[in-house]
Design a binder for this molecule. Structure first.
Ligand SMILES: [Zn+2]
Length: 466
């Protein structure tokens, strides 16, 4: 009898819910057009996304979503596009505080005269925290919802990133000379293991191992770093074949290209992300494909430092996933603008192959979203708008003169729309930017600190000079 009552009561409850026809959602975001990047690459006019518990509940025409869900909060942007948040696969966030310190100088001079001394004298946990806050604010406002970092004091980077509600893959740097945080690679390796233990399983932060490059680490360190990444199932982030000099030196020293050398010594982890790959040849691409690596392509950086231009079409033909990265803002680039990286990636591919069909807009937008997620081994969680995935999305204003008239959405996203058109940002179901206003960071305080730390950097570079 009692059981019967319970069954009847639950049936009644289901009926009432069905009568209202609505399920609860935390947030509904609607827009003029939703670009899903799902397997069918659906583009939905007058579409919406329902979000609950940090995940996407449903994606579809606005009328259907509104009928099926009742949300506590809504963002309606009838003059905007709604897309997955952009995925940055390679950067050095806290270098934002060294922005514009030295431009238009050769790479070696830039490193030895400016960046290394400035880092040695200034990079502290405090510097990294403020630099990361500044970077995260800029990244969010330009539509990035996941970024990939390689820097020092990565535990502080993680704390600040989580506080701001941003998603990131954070690699603690391991390098063969005394760094601002750890004096030896052994110390850095031990700290990395701790860092992974602390952050693994976090909803927003994915810890990673980041040996700087093959030429800045010895064989034992590279092998230990790779083994650690595999032991914990986390990504390995490393710079590979960025410049021609790096390749020539590797050939002289190891009789092999950086990729082949790393493969030979067993230092390519299962989830490896190679940054740059400008000078990787056919055999390197074969090796890379066998290891299942992902490539982080950094067009601005490769152009600005005169490193060369990687044949991205060839990587894609080999089945190697390619993502985009703005690299560091201290000289390799001067900002974290993924819209600029998309535009450049497409145009330099066309310009260097004399082929206007190279890297079409739809492919480039994939690189900035779902393929970028694949590079990081996170394609099940982010990179597209699909039920069950983590709710990372952005709205981009179409109420701009450059947004009329419209034909192809990918052409708009890659060639026309600007980072400054980004209106709202949602990460893990939380609104972090609303109508271009950061909600989780304090701009005035960050700008004041950036100015204060700039003065410190400037003074430190004058020390000891006549
Ligand atoms: Zn880099």
């Amino acid at each position: 009898m009692h059981l019967m009552k319970t069954i009847c009561a639950s049936a009644f409850l289901i009926l009432t819910t069905a009568a209202h026809g609505q399920q609860a959602a935390d947030l509904i975001v609607s827009a003029a057009q939703v670009v899903t990047m799902d397997a069918e690459r659906r583009v939905i006019d007058n579409g919406a996304v329902a979000i609950g518990g940090g995940r996407i509940l449903a994606v579809g025409p606005r009328a259907e979503i509104d009928k099926a869900y009742k949300a506590k909060q809504r963002i309606d942007q009838p003059q905007a596009m709604l897309t997955p948040g952009l995925v940055n696969t390679h950067t050095h966030a806290a270098m934002s505080l060294l922005r514009g310190l030295a431009d238009d100088v050769p790479l070696q001079q830039w490193l030895e005269k400016f960046i290394f001394p400035a880092e040695a004298k200034n990079v502290t946990p405090e510097f990294v925290r403020w630099g990361t806050r500044l970077a995260v604010m800029e990244m969010m406002l330009s539509g990035t919802t996941t970024y990939t970092d390689m820097y020092y004091f990565e535990d502080d980077v993680a704390a600040v990133t989580k506080e701001a509600g941003m998603r990131a893959v954070l690699g603690q740097t391991i390098i063969g000379f005394p760094a601002p945080d750890y004096k030896t690679p052994q110390e850095a390796l031990a700290a990395t293991e701790k860092f992974i233990g602390k952050w693994k399983g976090d909803a927003l932060i994915t810890p990673a191992v980041a040996p700087h490059a093959a030429y800045t680490n010895d064989e034992a360190t590279l092998k230990a770093a790779s083994a650690m990444a595999d032991r914990h199932g986390v990504p390995l982030l490393i710079h590979v074949s960025e410049t021609q000099v790096e390749n020539t030196t590797s050939l002289q020293k190891h009789g092999a290209s950086p990729t082949y050398y790393l493969s030979r010594i067993g230092a390519i982890a299962k989830r490896s992300v190679f940054a740059h790959g400008v000078w990787m040849g056919v055999r390197d691409r074969q090796t890379a494909r066998q290891h299942g690596i992902g490539l982080a392509h950094c067009p601005s950086s490769n152009l600005k430092l005169g490193s060369g231009i990687p044949p991205i079409g060839e990587f894609l033909r080999f089945g190697i996933p390619v993502g985009l990265g703005p690299d560091g803002p201290a000289g390799s680039n001067n900002d974290f603008n993924m819209f600029e990286e998309m535009d450049l990636a497409s145009k330099i591919a066309k310009g260097t192959t004399n082929n206007p069909m190279a890297l079409p807009a739809a492919t480039v937008f994939e690189m900035a979203t779902i393929m970028g997620a694949r590079v990081l081994g996170m394609e099940e969680q982010i990179g597209s708008l699909e039920p069950g995935k983590r709710a990372d999305l952005i709205t981009i204003s179409l109420a701009e003169p450059h947004a009329f008239p419209r034909h192809d959405p990918y052409s708009m996203l890659v060639y026309t729309l600007k980072s400054s058109d980004v209106r709202d940002v949602v990460i893990e179901g939380k609104v972090t930017v609303r109508d271009r206003k950061p909600l989780t960071l304090k701009p005035a305080e960050i700008f004041a600190k950036a100015a204060e730390l700039r003065a410190k950097v400037e003074a430190s570079l004058k020390e000891g000079k006549p």
